[in-house]
Design a protein. Structure first.
Length: 259
């Protein structure tokens, strides 16, 4: 991977915090400095452990308590590893404990270059705001989520401490792309940018991203998003919009091919 541009440590720490706030489900609790999340939806960031503080227990003791908690919740255990994870050396400790590394992800940042105005829409296209329930259903159908996962997604969006604004780009009722934003202070997060297979490579995702980012320009001075490290098409699109890699994260779990 090419060297990432230099963003201030303060900005990246704020982006990480904003991402945690935006993905907060109602079902979460602290365990000795680790934030445990139990949302039954599909997104791992809402059903994983975020190691935000070193705590007092050893990693082995804390991991044992976490595994019991996730077993009682009927969910697989995933630990999210970021440059901010505590204690230092946690990733190596989990590797030694037999937890496999999965889902390499990039957090990309756009600082000081947000679109100043909405782009013009080609004839026949429109961008409209939709309800959280409708958006979760659209996202779920594109991701192959179960009904229960779609309902959990909608519930998390409705209950989120950071307000989400969902959008779809459509033509005569046919959804060509969807995306949503979460604005906290002067940061805007771009989430769930999805395009149906038949509408890909036609510029719809870039068009909608520029539109929704422009909607947040009056408050936000920087934007962030999360994208899988091997999703080269999406990362290329985001680079064209001005985003650059800020930092990477991954998960550790018992199953090497866990979805």
């Amino acid at each position: 991977m090419s060297a990432a541009p230099v963003f201030s440590e303060d900005l990246l720490a704020r982006v990480e915090e904003a991402g945690l706030n935006a993905s907060a489900p109602p079902q979460q609790r602290l365990l000795d400095g680790w934030l445990l999340r139990f949302c039954p939806g599909k997104a791992k960031r809402a059903r994983c452990i975020n190691a935000i503080s070193p705590g007092r227990l050893s990693v082995a003791d804390k991991l044992a308590r976490c595994e019991q908690a996730y077993a009682e919740a009927g969910l697989p255990l995933f630990v999210r590893i970021t440059p901010f994870s505590e204690p230092s050396g946690l990733d190596a400790s989990l590797d030694a404990a037999g937890l496999h590394r999965i889902d390499d992800t990039r957090v990309m940042v756009l600082a000081g270059e947000l679109p100043a105005a909405e782009p013009p829409l080609p004839r026949g296209l429109r961008v409209r705001r939709v309800s959280h329930e409708s958006f979760a259903q659209t996202v779920g159908s594109l991701r192959g989520s179960t009904l229960a996962q779609q309902q959990a997604h909608a519930h998390r969006l409705i209950q989120s401490p950071v307000p989400f604004t969902p959008y779809v780009l459509d033509r005569d009722g046919e959804v060509l792309c969807c995306a949503q934003t979460a604005v906290e202070s002067d940061l805007v997060g771009l989430y769930d940018v999805l395009t149906p297979p038949q509408a890909r490579r036609q510029g719809y995702a870039g068009l909608l991203c520029r539109f929704v980012l422009a909607q947040s320009t009056t408050r936000a001075v920087a934007a962030y998003l999360q994208v899988e490290g091997d999703n080269l098409a999406a990362r290329t699109l985001y680079r064209r919009l001005g985003f650059r890699d800020g930092y990477a994260y991954h998960y550790r779990g018992r199953e090497p091919r866990a979805a």
